[in-house]
Design a protein around this ligand. Sequence first.
Ligand code: FCB
Length: 530
Amino acid sequence: MSNADTTAATTAPATETETAATTAPATETETETAATTAPAAASATAVVGSADYRDSGLAFPADFVFGSATASYQIEGAATEDGRGPSIWDTFSHTPGKIWNGDTGDVADDHYHRLETDLDLMKNLGLESYRFSIAWPRIQATGTGPANPAGLDFYTRLVDGLVARGIKPIATLYHWDLPQALEDQGGWANRETAYAFAEYARIMGEALGDKIVTWTTLNEPWCSAYLGYGSGAHAPGRMNGADALAAVHHLNLAHGLAVTALKKVVTNDPAFSITLNLHVIRGDGETGPEAVRQIDGLANRVFLGPLLHGSYPEDVFEDTADVTDWAFVHDGDLELIHQPLDLLGVNYYSTTLVRIWDGVTPRANNDGHKDMGGSPWPGADRIEFLAQPGPYTEMGWNIEPAGLEELLMSLHAEFPTLPLMVTENGAAFADEVTTSVDESGATVSAVHDLERIDYLQRHFTAAHRALSRGVDLRGYQVWSLMDNFEWGYGYSKRFGIVYIDFDTQERILKDSAKWYSTLIATRSIPPLER
Ligand code: FCB
């Protein structure tokens, strides 16, 4: 989403102080929150319309779904067990130099073996939904052929365990762990992968299609295509702009084919969705708008166009003409891609600032991703990504809750009838475990992660403001339930609301988990005790 949009122009002011003035005028906030502020005790302490997005006491609608999210390769471990084949992330993480500290997902959070206790943890937190992903190579070791019963059994136990605990299962079919055998045949740059994905979707639809509440085909195809095939920061680590753009198209195609395949076999009435990491892009200076246009095309419109409008943006073809002729888009593909969506998943962490590079000074490259040599922005060598004002999370990402409100508002303006869900939002900070002794003499471990609570409070406030302004926002899945393998950064970045001791696999509730439990129980943003 870009500030070239009309909505963005009114909702994306330069500073947070201005935000309060432009996005939450006093009268509007007071009237609207009257309907949505928590009753009685909570409203006595309600903070509404704060300039820094630190509101509290705001009540969420009764059907708003509070949950948390994870992804298979990041938490499961058991990488070679029960017939699981290798994925591109196994190969990549075992390649020296690709992951910080040489970390791999071989063991991760050992969730595969701790399923029941992790399910109990979710229940104890009061989660209403759990967004997980299915490891394709657990189901089909080489990406094709019959399903592996042990793989189906694991996800059946997971889903049954969620349902038994009253937690809604939100399943993502692809959160980046492509079977290595398919990569060996060209991966997402090969059209056949999209058809293989549809067959895998059919298998999962037959296995779980009576229980899944929301099917998400792909998580962040932007990352799969551009980080996987362009920049080399993610598996499979290729660095070729033409392959990255072919991957964009084949991922879009895979989505459409998978929705069609799922619809034929599911027996309940689920929502069909996809999760995108849409970029909230601001322009700097005179060349800002042109830079925003180009990056908005590559980051956002190349997905939203085919998925929701049934066409690719012409300007993206022009911008990338030196990279590829787009001959991989076949007649009829756009009809296959353009399937009705019941829900759009939105992952949001921070904003992006761009301008046209002057070609003289060193080109700034602060796009928030690891630099492995290639570019995640095919055809955009003239653009530079500028550093943004802090504060920052441990990822170096700027904290900007206004960006979430802006994103939700601009999506709502472009697709007024499309329900939205925040499928990821959260923050990495350098957590520390402290211990104390309780009255019974037992040692108690704690993680006082005030910064993460503050981050979540501000982003829940942003989501609530979007709701108050008419956005059909259905829920919020905090990233992440537990610390995990953070891709190229290995275990060095902790996003969990539950702390994982990677030596002992002990789970420790961080203060943010307790804060989130309170939010869910009261359906209202708790005041932050400072
Ligand atoms: C998103 C990914 C998720 C996690 C968060 C921090 O891009 O979908 O797996 O890595 O970022």
